[in-house]
Design a protein around this ligand. Sequence first.
Ligand SMILES: Nc1ncnc2c1ncn2[C@@H]1O[C@H](COP(=O)(O)OP(=O)(O)O)[C@@H](O)[C@H]1O
Ligand SMILES: [Mg+2]
Length: 355
Amino acid sequence: MSVKSTPALSIRSVSMSYGAEKVLDGIDVDLAAGEVLGLLGPSGCGKTTLLRLVSGLLLPLEGEIDIAGRTVAAPAKGLALPPEQRGLGMVFQDYALWPHLSVARNVSFPLEMQKVSGSEKKERVMRALDRVGLASMAERRPSDLSGGQQQRVAIARAIVAEPPLVLFDEPLSNLDRELRETMVEELSDLVAELNLSAVYVTHDHAEALTLANHVAVMRGGHIEQLATPDDLVNRPSTVEVADFLRLGCLMPALRSEASWCIEGTDLALPEGPAEGSRARILLPERAVRLDDSGPARLKTEIVRVQTRSTGKAITLRVLGTEFLIRLVSNKPARQGERVDLSYSPNDLQWFHAVD
Ligand SMILES: Nc1ncnc2c1ncn2[C@@H]1O[C@H](COP(=O)(O)OP(=O)(O)O)[C@@H](O)[C@H]1O
Ligand SMILES: [Mg+2]
């Protein structure tokens, strides 16, 4: 039998309510050491609540939470470790740095809480700053640093006490888009270099897919799908996941006799499930091409053409419907033009619908 290393985090059947309102229902998560779990979902789906349950700021109604092999919350056993005994690192949206203290003092804060003494404290602060590439900035004030550097100070503070797990709650969501895109890359490299075990909360799918080894897509207090970024993109398990990740064009399909077509049209679909008469299909954006060379075709009309740095962003409407397909192409394209799109039938994803 192979020896499995202890998971950094294990959440089993966790539920949580605020008063009568159930906000988390039957959450199960396992996170291997050195990996990043993304919690992805729209505002209000329960991401922050789940993070607070892990940190100990809230206690679950039911279920168990283990951090690095130690049970930290188990209401059925009357067990609930307070946040300071869980020893986690945390990084928040606004970085929460003290403006009047030096970078080094900001970073030393968790060690002061743990009453780590003078020379050891100084050494550990410098080591943490060195790991995030800020050793030369120790005596500066946070306000003298760029946004990216401030974020690294917040990370140095989160890792200075060498926590078994670091929690990130939407650390980039206050930034404008351009800065956010740069910082996602930087943060992703840093998290990998530091070999952190982390939970990363975001409502931004690109951020989650870039940063996390596994992503839990949450909706209305439960996990809709937990998978690697590749699997989520290639094999979304539900219409809701496909929709939230904006993987492409979702359309209802109907079967009459043996053949399937897009509902409300006579546009035939290649092969569908043998069972049922209604379904939803996903035509992934990555699977469509603006030419008529593919094995299956769809008649469309170009409704919008926008210039992007990577090519033209083209929006097309499936003829006879309101369904929109988006793609990036460098082919000549004009608004109002009717074109055949091609795709491979294997790329269509079918979801069962209730009859
Ligand atoms: N302290 C609270 N008291 C009552 N309801 C809350 C409280 N905090 C959050 N909620 C509700 O719980 C749900 C989940 O919130 P939250 O975990 O903050 O979601 P997210 O972080 O995904 O945006 C929301 O419906 C929110 O309104
Ligand atoms: Mg939140």
